[in-house]
Design a protein around this ligand. Structure first.
Ligand SMILES: [Zn+2]
Length: 291
């Protein structure tokens, strides 16, 4: 074969190889799935009234969707070979967007990993009630729990969680995580500001609101803000922390309850003998028995 032609063919082969390598390294980091059409999106969603989204085959025209914008866009991918799933709820006012790029932060990806597991492997899917999908639940402390308080708050939290485990015949269990991401985070708000943080926004000693993954009855990670550090002294039942943790299990205030009910809406200092009611205990055991 003519040397010139061999060289030319080699160059072409090399060019194709380099092109292929370059193309594979250009792999879209995240793939998006449009909930309504089940179509894979490339991560760049155009909401300018012209195109709804772009796929690997090219842009998806709004007209193809009959003007039906998705309310939720699902992102499924893996990081460090662990799959995760994130759901984005899109603002209905699409004219606010020009080009919308889905950014993901590490903590969101960690939450997405938990969601991926929870949604596919819900240990308690028999229940119609809102519930956590796995046991044990992990817990950790926010950065505002400084060294000098950490020892004490840890002891109190451990005692509170142990009470819940005992009361639910060990159906509800907790473990300290091996990463900073966890199901329940305790935030030491009493450190934030000496004057304001003595009590929370509504005069409470602590506060927690349960969160639900969109379109499920599964709880996602929750935060417990502790505003007052000495509601109940160490060694006594930590009724304020127990009360807040139980909020994250969906328990509401028992307004008719006796002063001895841990889910009563008020707490007066020194009243550290409150207990979880039979009704609430049965409710929790029922869900987490998985029957
Ligand atoms: Zn409460």
């Amino acid at each position: 074969m003519n040397k010139k032609i061999v060289g030319f063919v080699l160059i072409i082969v090399l060019a194709i190889a380099v092109g292929l390598i370059f193309k594979s390294s250009q792999k879209t980091v995240f793939s998006f799935v449009n909930n309504d059409t089940n179509e894979e999106l490339d991560g760049l969603i155009y909401l300018d009234g012209k195109y709804l989204a772009s796929t690997k085959e090219g842009p998806v025209k709004v007209s193809n969707l009959d003007g039906d914008y998705p309310k939720i866009v699902r992102l499924v991918d893996e990081k460090e070979s662990e799959p995760f799933e994130l759901r984005y709820i899109l603002n209905e006012n699409y004219s606010d967007y020009s080009t919308f790029f889905f950014e993901t932060r590490d903590d969101e990806i960690e939450a997405g990993k938990r969601y991926y597991k929870d949604a596919r492997n819900d240990l308690f899917k028999e229940t119609k009630e809102n519930h956590w999908a796995h046991m044990p639940l992990t817990y950790s402390y926010a950065d505002n729990c400084y060294d000098e308080d950490l020892y004490e708050i840890k002891k109190k939290v451990e005692s509170a969680l142990d009470y819940i485990t005992q009361q639910t015949s060990k159906k509800i269990t907790f473990s300290y995580p091996d990463s900073k991401y966890s199901d329940i985070t305790f935030s030491c708000k009493f450190n934030d500001d000496l004057i304001i943080s003595l009590v929370g926004p509504n005069g409470e000693s602590a506060h927690a609101i349960p969160q639900i993954y969109p379109e499920t009855n599964i709880y996602s990670e929750g935060v417990i803000n502790v505003y007052e550090k000495d509601s109940c002294p160490l060694g006594q039942r930590q009724v304020v922390i127990i009360h807040e943790v139980l909020h994250l299990f969906g328990l509401k205030h028992n307004k008719e309850g006796t002063a001895g009910d841990i889910m009563g809406s008020t707490f007066s200092k020194g009243n550290c003998n409150k207990e979880v009611s039979d009704k609430d205990r049965d409710y929790l055991i029922g869900i987490y028995s998985g029957e």
